[in-house]
Design a protein around this ligand. Structure first.
Ligand SMILES: [Zn+2]
Length: 114
């Protein structure tokens, strides 16, 4: 037989690498949000990350907050908004940005960047 070195396929029976063996588990925290329609949503984020002040409800799309008794009002598809409503909305967004920037900065410090 002239062709003795036949290229063989992948080894049969080689076990696939399991995802949970490739990643080191990081500490997590569960953050729960409630929307105005009383939908409860839990997200899982890094334990040392700041939770976003609001989270869009995956069921109805309304913004959900962490206070079950006082969910955020509709901030979308609302025909009229007072100046105060706009200010509140902007401030919340800025606070969110600040929290996010803080968390990212902490993350970079831990990784040794900057
Ligand atoms: Zn909802």
């Amino acid at each position: 037989m002239p062709h003795g070195n036949v290229i063989r396929g992948a080894r049969v029976g080689s076990a696939p690498v399991r995802p949970d063996e490739r990643h080191h588990p990081a500490p997590r925290q569960d953050v729960t949000y409630w929307c105005r329609n009383n939908h409860r949503t839990s997200i899982r984020i890094a334990a040392d990350a700041a939770a976003p002040p609001q989270w869009d409800c995956p069921r109805c799309g309304l913004p959900a907050g962490q206070d079950a008794q006082n969910p955020p009002g509709r901030t979308r598809a609302e025909p009229f908004k007072s100046h105060l409503a706009y200010v509140k909305e902007r401030r919340t967004a800025e606070e969110g940005e600040a929290l996010l920037a803080e968390a990212l900065a902490a993350l970079r410090r831990r990784r040794g960047e900057s």
